[in-house]
Design a protein around this ligand. Sequence first.
Ligand code: SAH
Ligand code: SF4
Ligand code: F3S
Length: 484
Amino acid sequence: MDRHDPDNACDVSDRIEPSLSPEPPSRPRTVFIKSYGCQMNAYDAGRMADALAPEGYREVGAPEAADLVILNTCHIRERATEKVFSELGRLRDLKEARAAAGAAPLTLAVAGCVAQAEGAEIVRRQKAVDVVVGPQSYHRLPELLRQARRGSAVDTEFPLEDKLDHIALPTPRKILARGLSAFVTIQEGCDKFCSFCVVPYTRGSEVSRPPEKVLAEIEALVAAGVREVTLLGQNVNAYHGVDAAGGDWTLGRLVRRLDTLPDLLRVRYTTSHPNDMADDLIAAHRDLPSLMPFLHLPVQSGSDRILQAMNRRHRADHYRDLVRRIRAARPDIALSSDFIVGFPGETEADFQATLDLVADVTFASTFFFQYSPRHGTPGAALPDQVEETVKRDRLARLGALVEAQRHAFNAATVGRTVPVLFEKAGRRSGQLVGKSPYGQPVHVDGPAQWIGTVHDVAIDSVEANSLFGQTKGRAIAPEERELA
Ligand code: SAH
Ligand code: SF4
Ligand code: F3S
């Protein structure tokens, strides 16, 4: 049974007895975490590793090398959920092969949004699973692993305590090992209930972390050497943190404060909802050098009829007008978006309205999905579900348009000089890889001490999604190029 109904999603904490009794693994222990879905899951994967570090767990890069495998799952579309069960089948085989060989036992955990939605059903469907833990309770992983020695443990509660208060930040060395660009979750959950979407059920209602905690985490990251942060939230621009004095912090206020941290060179945020794009946030784009001129602003459809059926609570022209205001404040800003094709009732005229919106706005990059009916969401129960072949055809037509826009955006960078934050060495000696303000990977020859700093790069060519250019050093010859 899916748990997309809020009554069900919030109060589940069952334990299934007995089934498997893995032996306590001997120290040192190893964990492999595989994350699917959005950046919030990527952030959570790091924090799960942090929660397990005091238990002696060290992260490894493959399930074969691990005592514990955690699948950090995504429930957004049917295919995402299916992937989890096929991966679990492979891991069950690995677990059985180990047991047959008398090797160290393998413990299997399922975390993330499928864990939240399906709960104990996961263990019923795949008996090799020892632990199921939802996105709000993974600070309890050590305890759940202990419980799992006596039988599978399932925890999909939405506890009142803040899970992140129970997880210490890693050491500065470990922070930097994860890269000098870091994710920081500042807001979780969603109250919007778009009629196609499972997120309000899997992540719960909107909660903003207090600004002091966000700032303390970011200051620790920056002190360790992090130079770029991406603030995360399912609706990050609905952020309303309350400080100890009771003061309200909008996202606009928070990014203004972050702009005062001298060693934090770049700030990004994702994902935003058009209805929460407040004036103070738009003004921040106008004023703040550290706030990157790139905005992911999902609109989903260009048809007012479909937007209404999706419960998006805005019209297509509201989005066009919003984009005009954002571009007036920050003319060089680039936009990206999400679209769903084939929502129930979508006619050819509705779809054409989506193509028109894309043509009017022009995006630097865009994600586009075929509508996937999700059990328990209002959209799944609507009449007029669109035929699979029609959905596929529309997806291809939208894809052709947005891909052409993406190519044009990348091509327009050639001949320009862009500031690049260098993040790591390239594969070839002497090569560095960094990111443009728009998030495009940039490859250039330069000294290793540039890593963690920003330098102007004259872009001279583009291949796939990567830009190539030169600084004062020499240009990279085409035969030497390696894509990240
Ligand atoms: N919180 C974000 C995005 C959430 S999910 C927002 O509000 O924009 C990321 C994207 O997945 C969505 O923007 C939407 O385009 C897509 N998506 C969500 N549910 C879907 C479904 N049932 N079928 C197809 N795509 C879906
Ligand atoms: Fe899903 Fe809509 Fe919430 Fe985004 S705003 S997470 S699409 S319900
Ligand atoms: Fe997927 Fe959950 Fe993120 S459903 S997109 S992992 S919030």
